[in-house]
Design a binder for this molecule. Structure first.
Ligand code: HQG
Length: 186
């Protein structure tokens, strides 16, 4: 397969849908930690999307290594998404003390509700926070062309008993985050 950034993104998106949100649509089953058989998974992707030429194991490993974030985890025979699930899987997340400050990008429309109820996981299992402003703004642009940027007082929240987990290098996760730890910076 000749890879371009667009092609990597396209395949990565389909992989995310299958491994985080709609395994049923692909006819695959995830175990309780989100793993599925790699070869069944590749067959399912090819069956649903009619990739031509067919995606091979090498292609899937290539995409997993070349997406802009470390979204997928592979072993010899299995694959799973590292974070972002809407289907119930129990990921044994590594709990870790977060950096002093984290960020979250969102739509201006959501601000009122967020400042009332705090950040909630909505359709996912966790609230996703970013370690830097640029990543947060990128996440926010998925919801709003000119996103709002929130600063999260993560160290303070952790001190008060909120648990933080690592999603990947830039993504931090928590179950929910009350408004007192959130400040709107733009
Ligand atoms: C908002 C992508 C109203 C929240 C990204 C967000 C990320 C509220 C939206 C990862 C709310 C949910 C996750 C409340 C939260 N009232 N709105 N109380 N609490 N919200 O897509 O964080 O590229 O489920 O602000 O990069 O945008 O796919 O979450 O706008 O890391 O690997 O509800 O998904 O990763 O939207 O993105 P999402 P998100 P990948």
């Amino acid at each position: 397969m000749e890879w371009t950034a667009e092609k990597v993104k396209f395949v990565s998106k389909k992989m995310s849908v299958a491994l985080r949100h709609k395994p049923d649509r692909y006819g695959i089953t995830l175990d309780e930690e989100g793993w599925t058989d790699l070869h069944d998974f590749i067959r399912a992707l090819n069956r649903v999307h009619h990739f031509s030429p067919r995606l091979s194991e090498k292609d899937i490993r290539y995409v997993s290594q070349h997406t802009n974030k470390r979204r997928f985890e592979l072993t010899d025979r299995k694959i799973r998404a590292r974070y972002g699930h809407s289907v119930p899987v129990i990921l044994k997340k590594e709990r870790k003390a977060p950096p002093e400050i984290l960020y979250h990008g969102t739509s201006h429309q959501a601000l009122k509700s967020i400042m009332e109820k705090g950040l909630l996981p909505m359709k996912r299992q966790y609230v996703h926070l970013s370690s830097d402003q640029e990543t947060a703004l990128q996440v926010g642009r998925r919801h709003d062309a000119h996103p709002a940027l929130l600063q999260i007082n993560a160290a303070e929240a952790e001190k008060d008993g909120i648990e933080f987990f690592i999603g990947n290098d830039e993504v931090w996760l928590c179950r929910e985050l009350p408004p007192e730890y959130i400040m709107v910076i733009s």
